[in-house]
Design a protein around this ligand. Sequence first.
Ligand SMILES: CC/C=C\C/C=C\CCC/C=C/CC(=O)SCCNC(=O)CCNC(=O)[C@H](O)C(C)(C)COP(=O)(O)OP(=O)(O)OC[C@H]1O[C@@H](n2cnc3c(N)ncnc32)[C@H](O)[C@@H]1OP(=O)(O)O
Length: 286
Amino acid sequence: MMSLVTFTRNNALPLLRTSITVRIQLNSASLSSLVRLEEKQGYAVVAMHKPPVNSLSLEMIQALSESLSELEKNKCKGFILTSACPGIFSAGLDIREMYQPTEERLKEFWSSLQTLWLQLYGSKMASVALINGHAPAGGCLLAMCCDSRIMVNGKSKIGLNETKLGIVAPFWFKDTFVNTIGVRQSERALQLGSLFTPDEALKIGLVDRVLPDPEAATAVAESELKEFLQIPAMARYLSKMRIREAALKDLLENREKDLNTFVNFATTDAVQKGLGIYLQSLAKKN
Ligand SMILES: CC/C=C\C/C=C\CCC/C=C/CC(=O)SCCNC(=O)CCNC(=O)[C@H](O)C(C)(C)COP(=O)(O)OP(=O)(O)OC[C@H]1O[C@@H](n2cnc3c(N)ncnc32)[C@H](O)[C@@H]1OP(=O)(O)O
């Protein structure tokens, strides 16, 4: 099967004062076609490609994890996380993974998501989310794990809308949200399941910049990442950890408990009924 992973190589010069030449030798053959990796000068672009909406299925989550591991293995210093599906960053968790699941797959799904979050939120690499479309729930979580968020203006929305589906954002989603926009805004938005327009998101600090079109947003994402990469890497990473380490530690110490809570909660009749109705409403739209 042809791999959709695109990989262009060039003679990269180091961007980091503290780094040696950043040369990413991606093992594209072993990577999934769900994520496109592209090498740029001293950083990488990680583009989700699971049409139509980049929903985070088990395979997609694992593909993202593998891509990050590949970058780490190659001593990549930074990356831009974006989407190769027009108008969509990510529709969040694939709801079909949670609806009428087998227990075995549901556990693997959640455990893989925990791993991805630990990897992304605790990453030594600098990262910028280039949010070029809708980013509800898990999509918003991915963006919040990055060090900076650049959003393209338009009709897309971003936020943690879990309550609208009758489900509850886990504590580590909440921690990430609170660390990004603060306690009061989080408390309100989590309860209401608010989805924000780019300008609203900018106002509450959920995104850092809003640009009128994808080209302008890409240019700003690149310059933003370069700014992060110019800071001595260890100092930058340890400063990030000052904010994030408590949340990371909390999940690391409570992984099993969180997994059981999720499985028990997701498989209740009420949640299954709610997810079924939500899936139908998405299908009816079309
Ligand atoms: C006590 C508590 C303890 C523990 C917690 C326990 C459990 C809770 C875990 C909670 C975590 C949840 C995080 C999540 O991410 S939940 C997912 C939330 N996502 C959404 O609500 C987004 C839904 N989708 C949309 O709103 C739109 O699709 C979107 C705006 C993204 C794009 O709109 P567009 O018009 O462009 O596309 P659509 O026609 O709507 O969709 C195209 C097809 O894609 C399917 N689809 C969309 N989203 C999803 C999804 N998230 N999962 C699976 N499938 C999805 C949609 O049905 C269409 O399919 P077809 O009709 O073409 O077959």
